[in-house]
Design a protein around this ligand. Sequence first.
Ligand code: HEM
Length: 225
Amino acid sequence: MSSNLSTVLKSSIFRKQLSALTGLALVGFVIAHLAGNLFIFMGPEAFNEYAHSLQEMGHGKLVWIMRSGLFVAFLIHIIVTLSLAWENTQARATRYEVTQSHGNRKFATKAMKYTGGVMLIFIIFHLIDFTLAEKTGAGSMVDGVDLGLYGLVFNDFHNPIRVIGYIIAVSAVGLHLTHAIQSMCQTLGLNHEKYTPVIKKVSLTAGIVVAVMFSAIPLYIAFLA
Ligand code: HEM
């Protein structure tokens, strides 16, 4: 690696920007995924058709391009944020540099590493639950009818442990976003005494909306569908 490239990669500003850009891609995915999942409220046909058309985009190639991009963004985001967090801890421990006083930081900011950890564990279980599961057959049967992916979601959310687990996980996603969106905007240069308070409110609202709307899905399936 040339020394110039290595200097850039080591620069914490570059890594913060990388974390913000990959975070932006992940937020985009979460919002698009939430919007798509709302088809669940419209019943099996609408949801399965939506999922099917997503899989078929670009003759099935586009979905793999998107998955690869998502995976790379996810990996970079985790590696870069962990390296920044590690440096921050070291700096605090050696008292060379204190960027923010612990007492003044908000709950969501302090909880970033925990909400991030919960999300990481959730994604693994979530992929096993849906993406990697058989989408037809025993797991998709509802009242003797094979309801495909909708049936799988339906049966999964008739397990109270899973419903509680999902609500905890999507609340962690929402809490993560309340801090992440405003922090991302700041890193990407959207910092202005007039706009920053608005961005903070948007960030808080987006986090709450994401948590509430994602939670509504398992609750709807468990009690109303
Ligand atoms: C109640 C909440 C949620 C429901 C009902 C849900 C539902 C689903 C379903 C049905 C799939 C499989 C799609 C398919 O294979 O065609 C899926 C995939 C996925 N979900 Fe979720 N999801 C939820 C929340 C989340 C959250 C909060 C995240 C991220 C933080 C997330 C990330 C993913 C990822 C990364 C995939 C794999 C995408 C792919 O196959 O390309 N999901 N979800």
